[in-house]
Design a binder for this molecule. Structure first.
Ligand SMILES: [Zn+2]
Length: 142
């Protein structure tokens, strides 16, 4: 069921023409959100007045001069190069044999259809060993 009918569309048009903001119109009509008002106005081709709060915020930020800190160029991104870690010797454990603190990196599927997992000791709270954690959690490259 839609909120809109010819009666409240007429009210909406009158409130927009009177220069009310979407929030003011939503409060006046009741039972409808500010975003619904904005959407309906867009569909009807009506231009809403900007709310005074947003207009003041925009004016204030435009009038405020930028400090040198804000204008300074960002430092170049730090590139972290990690030493490669050799892969552990594969244990190929099935899920039922995989311990709580063993690497959960999936390996091959056995002939019986069961997945196997790395099974090496986990690295520092990660679900994977050091080798597989380096693959799974790469540092950001900019
Ligand atoms: Zn692993």
């Amino acid at each position: 069921m839609t909120y809109w009918n010819p009666t409240n569309e007429t009210q909406l048009r009158a409130l927009v023409d009177a220069g009310n903001s979407a929030l003011e119109i939503a409060k006046a009509l009741g039972g409808i959100s500010r975003n619904a008002i904005i959407g309906k106005c867009t569909r009807m081709g009506l231009t809403l007045k900007r709310s005074t709060g947003a207009a003041q915020a925009t004016a204030a930020s435009a009038a405020r001069p930028r400090t040198p800190k804000q204008q300074a160029a960002k430092p170049p991104p730090r590139v972290v190069k990690l030493a490669p870690v050799p892969p552990p010797s594969p244990q190929r454990l099935t899920l039922e044999h995989l311990g709580r603190d063993q690497c959960k990196w999936p390996g091959a599927v056995q002939q019986d259809g069961q997945w196997t997992f790395c099974g090496a000791p986990q690295h520092d709270g990660y679900p994977y060993c050091t080798h597989h954690a380096r693959i799974a959690y790469r540092p950001k490259e900019y």
